[in-house]
Design a binder for this molecule. Structure first.
Ligand code: CP
Length: 362
């Protein structure tokens, strides 16, 4: 579990993650999975360090698993609850972050409904010259890196439980189905899965899968990726925060393969994995769908539809799930196909790995 080669202070996006970084996260998470199988599921690794959960938007899985991960590493954890905080008295987000900094926070885990908030706080920490790591736990439509890393871990450990690695997915076909437009999970997964050499097939109705996704992973130097556009276009503005720098995407040994479909069948044909996404009705500003019933008929994942896939196909969903909408209720609970519970379990080991790598590199 050497963290000596981990140099990343913040984890804000997977757009610039290198294959070696994915592999380091996967291997470190395997070690923590072993710790979590012991009777005493705790190690003293982050004793004395303070991890602060700054969740400005609701969460069940991400907030709780970061909290449990920090506790299993013996860190002290602070949980910020916006509704009962001084935000209600007009305190700004940056001043809230600086308040936790003044209490000795070493790492901040940040979720916000607007893209760019974790980036702005990380930039402020860097400007102040403090050695505080920021983890993006989901920012608006932008990214959810720890979710994509736990998805990757869940799939890769099925293929090799002791040595999960990015290259195991080379040549696999992975379908991501549903509300791509509003999904930060899809955006992070596109980066990680295309970096592995897998073929990633996006499928959804045109209103939820705009054509511009075809350009998502263009790597030519100087081409602005959606990653930075989302942050530039965010309504979130912090005065005096430096603009988000745009650097070319890292080159990968394998070309990124991304395909778009406005019907589900070609995406599912011979797929090894199907990731279905929640319809994010809270983010839909106009009538993007005729009805949930029709959506399920056209894009819902059902046993019948899985007949199109490889016989050993597995289904993922980041949760929370609208049962009977994006996936049929009985399929969701069927362990032969569904990896949904395993994803949640993987989340603790993967988030322990992220805190360990960031804490160790401090
Ligand atoms: N997948 C996910 O981010 O779930 P929560 O919103 O419950 O954290």
């Amino acid at each position: 579990m050497a963290s000596s080669t981990w140099t990343r202070r913040h984890i804000l996006s997977l757009a610039d993650f290198m294959p070696s970084e994915y592999d380091m996260v996967l291997q470190t998470a395997v070690s923590f999975q072993e710790v979590l199988s012991r009777r005493t599921k705790k190690v003293p690794t982050l004793q004395g360090q303070v991890v602060t959960n700054l969740f400005f938007e609701s969460s069940t899985r991400t907030r709780s698993s970061f909290e449990l991960a920090a506790k299993r590493l013996s860190a002290d954890i602070l949980n910020f609850a916006p509704g009962t905080s001084s935000l209600t008295k007009g305190e700004t987000i940056l001043d809230t972050a600086k308040t936790y900094l003044a209490m000795g926070t070493d790492m901040m885990v940040i979720r916000h409904r607007e893209a760019g908030v974790p980036q702005a706080i990380a930039a402020e920490m860097d400007r102040l010259g403090v050695n505080v790591g920021v983890l993006n736990a989901g920012d608006g439509l932008h990214e959810h890196p720890s979710q994509a890393l736990l998805d990757l871990f869940t799939i890769c450990t099925l293929l090799d439980s002791e040595h999960p690695r990015l290259s195991l997915l080379e040549g696999k076909k992975i379908a991501i189905v549903g509300d791509i437009l509003h999904s930060r999970v899809a955006r992070s997964n596109i980066w990680s899965l295309t970096a592995s050499g897998a073929q990633v097939h996006l499928a959804g109705p045109p209103t939820l899968l705009p054509k511009l996704f075809a350009d998502f992973v263009r790597e030519e130097s100087g081409v602005r990726s959606q990653e930075s556009d989302l942050i530039q276009n965010s309504r979130f503005k912090i005065q005096n925060s430096p603009p988000t720098p745009h650097s070319p995407l890292p080159t990968h040994p394998l070309p990124r393969q991304l395909f778009l479909h406005w019907q589900i069948e070609p995406a599912l044909q011979n797929a090894d994995y199907v990731m279905t996404l929640r319809l994010q009705r809270e983010r839909m500003t106009s009538h993007l769908l005729p009805s949930l019933r029709e959506y399920h008929q056209r894009f819902g994942i059902t046993r019948d539809r899985l007949q199109l896939c490889q016989p050993e196909v597995k289904v993922l969903h980041p949760g929370p799930v609208n049962r009977g909408v994006e996936i049929s209720s009985d399929l969701m609970d069927d362990p032969q196909f569904s990896l949904i519970s395993q994803q949640v379990t993987s989340g603790v080991a993967v988030r322990m790995a992220l805190l360990y790598l960031m804490g160790g590199s401090r």
